[in-house]
Ligand binder design. Structure first.
Ligand code: SF4
Ligand code: SF4
Ligand code: SF4
Length: 318
């Protein structure tokens, strides 16, 4: 942590940053919170560890909009944050020159929804980490877990734990956790009969309360006015009709097609632990197979949805 703080302090001054987006300690055990620092002196507030599950590119979009796209902003970037920043630059959301990407090696982050499930309503007072084990202490309980049991599904199959594009890199690059085959659950799900798949989605999405926390956490959701909030025309109802909820999820996944960097921030934000990753991974697989495109890897390749090739598959056109 000391290395991170000292290097950030120097980068802040050398690069004449007006703002730096990083993580600071949260108010609850095992939680961090995105933190904005406005001077090099504030660098000692910063942390980076396995609790840092937000995708900070989300805050970069917001800050760029707020500052009229002129401020020189630094951002601490895990592999998935850096990919989101690259994708956002490729989508013209801000100029590359005004962003300083400070890459950090990521060893996986906790998914708060998995933690909630393990705790089953109990509160942690403190925790202890010993290599791959984490022990949670609360009132009248102690629970030892393997860290992998709490890590986000995105992390368990992440291919890019280190920032792929950066101006500075702090620390030694991490190896991917490599715990799971990236598309195993999608492949397994696809083997099910269509009615079983539909039943699964109906059951999952009927629990959704449309709080839109998943949308709000996503760096790729930056429309000035989301279609779900529009009243003229009103695209979907505001009540709890399941068909409206399903439309929200289908449109969200289509809007993030070829753009989602599988950071898991949406799943981590969901208060009801709804499986919102399955559809996204299915679409990601489709985009790779059809267009050979993985979002956010470099500043040269045109995003799949922003270009076309003569040999693109077009069998869906009647
Ligand atoms: S998806 Fe990869 S880079 Fe992102 S938090 Fe997980 S391990 Fe880190
Ligand atoms: S965060 Fe969860 S409950 Fe809220 S809208 Fe998204 S899926 Fe539904
Ligand atoms: S859809 Fe979810 S996983 Fe994909 S970029 Fe947005 S927050 Fe990350």
């Amino acid at each position: 942590m000391k290395e991170l703080v000292e290097k950030i302090r120097k980068i802040f001054s050398d690069e004449k940053l007006e703002l730096l987006i990083g993580y600071t300690k949260g108010t609850l055990p095992l939680r961090s919170t995105p933190g904005l620092i406005e001077s090099a002196d504030e660098a000692d507030k910063l942390i980076f560890d396995f609790t840092c599950c937000n995708n900070l590119a989300k805050y970069l979009v917001d800050e760029k909009k707020r500052s009229g796209n002129t401020h020189r902003i630094g951002i601490i970037a895990k592999g998935c944050d850096a990919r989101a920043v690259v994708q956002l630059v490729m989508e013209g959301q801000f100029e590359r020159e005004n962003v300083v990407i400070i890459g950090v090696p990521c060893k996986g982050v906790i998914d708060p929804s998995k933690l909630r499930k393990k705790l089953n309503g109990k509160e942690i007072i403190k925790f202890k980490v010993n290599r791959d084990k984490i022990t949670l202490f609360g009132k009248n309980f102690e629970l030892e877990l393997n860290k992998n049991e709490l890590f986000s599904d995105s992390c368990l199959s992440c291919r890019y734990p280190n920032a792929v594009q950066y101006d500075y890199f702090i620390g030694e690059p991490s190896e991917p956790l490599g715990v799971r085959d990236e598309y195993a659950s999608v492949d397994e799900f696809e083997q099910k009969l269509p009615e079983k798949r539909w039943t699964y989605f109906e059951k999952e999405y009927s629990r959704c309360i449309r709080c839109y926390a998943c949308r709000n956490a996503c760096p790729m959701c930056y429309c000035e006015e989301c279609f779900v909030d529009r009243s003229t025309p009103q695209w979907i109802g505001k009540g709890n009709d399941l068909s409206d909820t399903i439309i929200f999820h289908i449109v969200r996944v289509l809007h993030t097609a070829g753009r989602c960097v599988d950071c898991g921030a949406c799943a981590a934000a969901c208060p009801l632990n709804i499986d919102i990753r399955m559809l996204g991974k299915r679409i990601e697989k489709e985009v790779i197979e059809r267009f050979g495109f993985t979002p956010g890897l470099d500043f040269e390749t045109e995003p799949a949805m922003a270009t076309f090739k003569e040999n693109d598959k077009e069998e869906f056109i009647m």
